[in-house]
Design a protein around this ligand. Sequence first.
Ligand code: CTP
Length: 398
Amino acid sequence: MATGQSVLLIIGGGVAAYKSLLLIRLLKTAGIGVRVVLTRGGAQFVTPLSVGALSGEKVFTDLFDLTDEAEMGHIQLSRAADLVVAAPATADLMARMAAGMADDLATTLLLATDKDVLIAPAMNVRMWEHAATQANLATLRARGVAVVGPDAGDMACGEYGPGRMAEPEAIMAAIRTALAGTPRDLAGRRIVVTSGPTHEPIDPVRYIANRSSGKQGQAIAAALAARGAEVVLVSGPVGLDPPPGVETRGVGTAREMLAATLAALPADAVVCAAAVADYRVADAADQKLKKADGAGRTLTLVENPDILATVSTLPGGERPRLVVGFAAETQDVLAYAGAKRTRKGCDWIVANDVSQGVFGGDDNRVTLIDAQGSEDWPKMGKDAVAAKLAERIATALS
Ligand code: CTP
């Protein structure tokens, strides 16, 4: 059954192009129209004939095909669809998008479109991890381009790591999200998010920290902003660019994070996603500590203030309506996390099992716990966890 929606699918030149044939079928089955542009590289991997047979539409391949231009100008082609999807998006295509080039039909359409753009990157792991590709990715994200994948795994080139194009079903889910559009139901709400680790100095050159990457907290800040909230992100030291559309306040220690969080109030909600160091060194040294031969060294630790508990127990009018904490556990996740919710006085706890590769990774599997009970969410990307949490927060504040 036709939805009346349509996608312009750009198939770039990568081995993963064969998966895009399956994506065309999924789109058709879902009643979403699909018109395909094959780049010159893409046409090396899949043929216009198979693409045309699956999509049931003319396949566009060359910017300077005058017959095409007479039937439908390239500007119109870029705007007739509800969403532009590039899958596979190669390193080269991403670079040309980031640079704003328009030297073939695909890049011309991407530059001329007024519609949302979703890319599914696919490339060799080293190309993906190269600073140039990561910089292009950051540029595209900052411009609002949505990104699905890549996945980690065995690659056609024989290497292992991130770079495999997301599976067609995952791209399909991202397309559905993009087509649904994000409601601006948090417009007028102010939300504070803590994120990242804290660094507790031992001396001027050393500190105590943890493995938090800040990815989950930043994704939450971005998802809340996407729904129209005014977001203040209080972030410990992380190696990520601040998310667009969010006011980021960088801090170092737990005590600085507490001060910055309280200074950002009043707010409708506070989400404490930071992995705050529980302890700091009682007397951090002013000068670099020197080794005393064979003597060993004992550091005295004192407990840091608890930001989540402090915010949760603010007096009546000052307490945000909704306070959300995280509980990173390695065992008895539900029991520990439930107890943490009551002890700290927050409304919700997002519990996750961090015993396997959550820190620094892109996926998360969480359980949302409130006063009524708990709800397991399937394993999904940190962006998807953030989007789902933002939706729940919007409902709770409405
Ligand atoms: N948290 C906080 N300030 C602290 C410690 C934790 O705001 N000083 C917040 C975290 O941001 C998170 C929640 O409390 O939302 C739980 O953090 P976690 O490290 O799991 O709990 P802890 O209180 O440190 O308990 P424990 O280490 O005993 O598990």
